[in-house]
Design a protein around this ligand. Structure first.
Ligand code: NDP
Length: 277
């Protein structure tokens, strides 16, 4: 008996740039699964309707990207632990009457750092720049790894303060120092890992950080992928190791694939082939 084909999509606005259809097609080929996966553009004020239309068309699951991760959180009737803490959803499972929301961004970032870049987060001093959906989605996964200190900074500092307050209970349970520093007052001391979770690079904008935060031996990571940002170029000029966010993208997709199909796909060859493009 032939297995029924399952249907998936990524929903965003804009969406034409998304690599998710390519990534999931590569995972399906490697694991021998029979699926289709398309990119769907949702009008900005029509996210809920777009999802209900896709459910009516027997979609089995969906990834959600900018700017709908908060709306997806509100739409889901059940949430994974990571989605509940981030209050944002990037992976939906459609099951009979339930819409289950997950957030795989944090797992994707941590796996890229630890498994692909061989950087352990435990006892490390980490600077996270940004307080949007991407930053909020990864903080809990980083705290779980027990760095010695996680410093948050952002152009709009009030957002960082709100995240610090929200994370207070988790900070205590993992026994991690979580501090907030204004972007213009960052110390010049050594950070083991510096992560840019802002969208500044999309518009080639400067972040407004003193480049003395970059040191030889640090890992400087930009969640953006597809183009080299001035943030990465500056870090390289100071001798830091650098990475873009392509590995995180593939690893968060692999976790979504696991949620839907209960199979862990290989990621390294997919990262390599996308990088070669
Ligand atoms: P949001 O729109 O939710 O947040 C944007 C963040 O960027 C805010 O912290 C904002 O600061 C900051 N920012 C924007 N422009 C500037 C600027 N000119 N100077 C300083 N700060 C700025 O976006 P997301 O958090 O969802 O996404 C952030 C980035 O992460 C994007 O580039 C996205 O592509 C990438 N990403 C990558 C993923 C991957 O798998 N590799 C997964 C998810 C996201 P303020 O609060 O002051 O407005």
């Amino acid at each position: 008996m032939t297995e029924l084909k399952k249907h998936f999509a990524v929903i965003g606005n804009p969406i034409h740039h998304s690599l998710s259809p390519q990534i999931h097609a590569a995972f399906a080929k490697e694991t021998g699964l029979h699926i289709d996966y398309e990119a769907v553009l949702s009008p900005l004020n029509q996210f809920k309707n777009t999802i209900y239309q896709l459910i009516a068309q027997k979609l089995n699951g969906a990834n959600v990207t900018l700017p709908f991760k908060k709306e997806a959180y509100e739409l889901a009737s059940q949430h994974s632990n990571h989605a509940r803490i981030a209050e944002a959803v990037n992976t939906l499972e459609f099951k009979e009457d339930e819409i289950i929301g997950h957030n795989t961004d944090g797992i994707g970032l941590v796996r890229d750092l630890e498994q692909n870049l061989n950087v352990d987060l435990k006892s490390k001093k980490i600077l996270l720049i940004g307080a949007g959906g991407a930053a909020e989605g990864v903080i809990y996964s980083m705290l779980e790894k027990k760095p010695s200190e996680l410093i948050l900074t952002n152009r709009t500092i009030e957002k960082t303060n709100a995240i610090q307050n929200k994370m207070d209970v988790h900070v205590k349970s993992f026994d991690v120092n979580l501090n907030v520093i204004e972007i213009s007052k960052l110390p010049h001391q050594y950070f083991d890992i510096i992560i840019n979770a802002t969208s500044a690079g999309l518009n080639n904008a400067e972040l407004g950080i003193d480049h003395k935060v970059f040191h030889e031996g640090s890992l400087v990571y930009d969640m953006m992928y597809g183009k080299e940002t001035s943030f990465i170029r500056e870090a390289q000029s100071k001798g830091s190791k650098t990475s873009d966010g392509l590995g995180m993208l593939v690893e968060q997709a692999a976790e979504a694939f696991f949620i839907w199909h209960h199979i862990k796909p290989q990621t390294k060859s997919v990262i390599e082939s996308l990088r070669a493009l």
